[in-house]
Design a protein around this ligand. Structure first.
Ligand SMILES: N[C@@H](CCC(=O)N[C@@H](CS)C(=O)NCC(=O)O)C(=O)O
Length: 234
């Protein structure tokens, strides 16, 4: 029997010999001001998945309400609620959404291509996101909460050794159109998420031609462009 992801099996049901596709109730909690939330919404839109949006502005303390903490104990966004299932962690959510979509086109269909995508997803959460959070933190924080967090006194240190190490790795890996080759995948959506803050943080696009080209390709996607928050579009 061919491999059929669990969410797809759950969507199928036979009634009196007829195959019915049961739609699930998909709700995504968060705010487009957040890179991790944008990642999830952009994937859902790219795949044409119907979902509803439950607004949650964690930057106004909305992650700390009793009802939100009951679905996300860390009080973070995004959270995906599918019928009675709760899924947290943006990279786990986009894998779920991709498998849920019947084409599964962003997550490949064979183990070796999926492993290549997984490597990028793990790199994103263990190295890319932490390093960028550190270097962009003051600028991003002040933009989100100008009356609470002080204005930065110097530009983002894009030349810090930690940052340059990860930038050079990404730059040298972007030899093809997309991160894992000729086709766009979850890896691109995942790693592009933090670039949401690049304009405000004055990223030196000229120093990284491959990242610049790939960033442009992401922004040519309707699903990506349409999820850009005004906060970060200046
Ligand atoms: N590893 C998590 C990180 C989620 C995360 O840090 N979300 C931020 C917004 S981008 C948040 O909710 N911050 C508020 C808080 O930590 O209280 C993921 O990928 O989903």
């Amino acid at each position: 029997m061919p491999y059929v992801p669990a969410p797809v099996i759950e969507k199928l049901c036979f009634i009196e010999g007829f195959l019915l596709i049961m739609k699930k109730n998909i709700k995504i909690h968060g705010s487009l001001k957040s890179a991790n939330f944008r990642k999830v919404v952009a994937v859902a839109r790219y795949l044409g998945i119907e979902y509803s949006h439950a607004s949650n502005d964690v930057y106004k303390g909305e992650g700390q309400t009793e009802s939100y903490l009951s679905i996300n104990k860390l009080g973070q966004i995004p959270t995906l609620v599918v019928d009675n299932d709760i899924i947290t962690e943006s990279n786990a959510i986009i894998i779920y959404l991709s498998e849920y979509s019947r084409t599964n086109e962003l997550y490949a269909s064979n183990p070796s291509s999926q492993t290549a995508i997984n490597q990028w997803l793990f790199w994103e959460s263990s190295q890319w996101q932490p390093v960028l959070s550190k270097v962009m933190g003051t600028h991003v924080g002040h933009k989100l909460l100008p009356s609470v967090l002080p204005a930065p006194t110097s530009p983002v240190d894009w030349d810090s050794p930690d940052c340059m190490k990860q930038m050079s790795y990404l730059e040298s890996s972007l030899k093809n159109d997309w991160l894992t080759g000729a086709n766009i995948s979850l890896a691109d959506f995942s790693i592009a998420a933090m670039t949401t803050y690049f304009k405000v943080c004055e990223f030196p696009f000229h120093a990284y031609p491959n990242i610049n080209r790939w960033y442009g390709s992401m922004n040519d996607l309707q699903s990506w462009k349409s999820t850009e928050s005004q906060t970060w579009s200046c």
